[in-house]
Design a protein around this ligand. Structure first.
Ligand code: IPM
Ligand code: MG
Length: 358
């Protein structure tokens, strides 16, 4: 059966990195006669400039029909002053919410060859391999009511951090099941010492532990986890957290691995539909210079093949080719320790070459 893929390059380096992933995808389609139907559409600031909206209805409709969305990145200084609803980030938040992509998987791993690129000492981050499972469609990001009230004295603003039991259970289930397939350890992170919503989160997750006797569950407070990730990251296997804490912790975890340019992510709903994006943003400062690292986007394509496109074998093939790329000494600018590096537009053909020989 044919699978539908929507590619949304977005802004900044999103354009360059999705074009690299597209090259790899086209190669696999040719090589394995895959029945994939691919559409490419603008989102974010680029779409706002052309269509007056960061997420036009046609894009949302196409996304709903797609099995996988390969999302580049959105944002840039030229759109910083737009109204809330027109900002490029709304493309991302809108797709997450409308498609109910509640489960955000953010792996953070180190290629030991790249330990020198990490700001953390080698012996602390060696063999790093963590999975952050972040709740993505609830919590304070979307909680109502929310407002800036500027016509009162003093003016004030507020948001609502809210989770119901079903929302906590479904993300915890993804996390327990992920832990089961990995090293069997799950750490649930919140602020149960301060917030009711966190106390509730902890009790719901604790109750579920009896269904997963093979998974060792622990609980941590988010501020402590921020510290533990830097001091002793290898204590973690899978971390599950809310939308806001997961956002912050996943940036810390990504930084450990040397370059955020290496890390993919998947955002899934309950019918295995998914959006796949690199953890990095649109990096306007280096956009258009052919120096961005497209590996996170290519690895995101691998996650799409694994989780939404029924092609686990090809996902492994890409992941292995990325490992070999690093082993063979290829370095993009962000991970190069000298003045030599491969350019964005060269990476896909090197990866394809490795896959052909492998
Ligand atoms: C992320 C980003 C987004 C978020 C922004 C761009 C809306 O930081 O995906 O981590 O906060 O979720
Ligand atoms: Mg973030």
């Amino acid at each position: 059966m044919s699978k539908k893929i929507l590619i949304t390059p977005g802004d900044g380096i999103g354009q360059e990195v999705t074009s690299s992933a597209r090259e790899v995808l086209d190669f696999l389609i040719g090589e394995h006669e895959l029945d994939f139907d691919i559409t490419q559409m603008d989102v974010g600031g680029t779409s706002y400039d052309k269509n007056g909206s960061p997420l036009p209805k046609e894009v949302l409709d196409e996304a709903r029909k797609s099995d996988a969305i390969l999302f580049g990145a959105v944002g840039g200084p030229q759109w910083d002053d737009l109204d809330w609803d027109s900002r490029p980030e709304q493309a991302l938040l809108g797709l997450r919410k409308e498609l109910e992509l509640f489960a955000n998987l953010r792996p953070a791993f180190l290629f030991n060859e790249l330990a020198g690129a990490s700001p953390i000492k080698d012996e602390i981050i060696k063999d790093l391999d963590i999975l952050i499972v972040r709740e993505l469609t609830g919590g304070i990001y979307f909680g109502e009511p929310r407002a800036i009230v500027s016509d009162e004295s003093p003016p004030y603003a507020f948001n609502t951090m809210i989770y119901n039991e079903d929302e906590i259970k479904r993300i915890a289930k993804v996390a327990f099941e992920s832990a089961r397939k990995r090293d069997g350890k799950l750490c649930s992170v919140e602020k149960a010492n301060v917030l009711e919503v966190s106390k509730f989160w902890r009790s719901v997750v604790s109750d579920m532990a009896k269904d997963y006797p093979d998974v060792e569950l622990s609980h941590q407070l988010a501020d402590n986890t921020a510290m533990q990730l830097v001091m002793n990251p290898n204590q973690f296997d899978v971390i599950v957290s809310s939308n806001l804490f997961g956002d912050i912790l996943s940036d810390i975890a990504a930084t450990l691995s040397g370059s955020i340019g290496m890390l993919p992510s998947a955002s899934l709903n309950s019918s295995s539909q998914g959006m796949y994006e690199p953890c990095h943003g649109s990096a306007p400062d280096i956009a258009g210079q052919n120096i961005a690292n497209p590996i996170a986007m290519i690895a995101s394509l691998a996650m799409a093949l694994r989780y939404s496109l029924d092609q686990k074998g090809l996902a492994d093939k890409i992941d292995n080719a990325i490992k070999d790329f690093i082993k063979q000494g290829y370095r993009t600018k962000d991970i190069s320790t000298n003045s030599e590096f491969v350019r964005t537009s060269e990476v896909a053909s090197i990866i394809i070459g490795i896959m052909k020989n492998g």
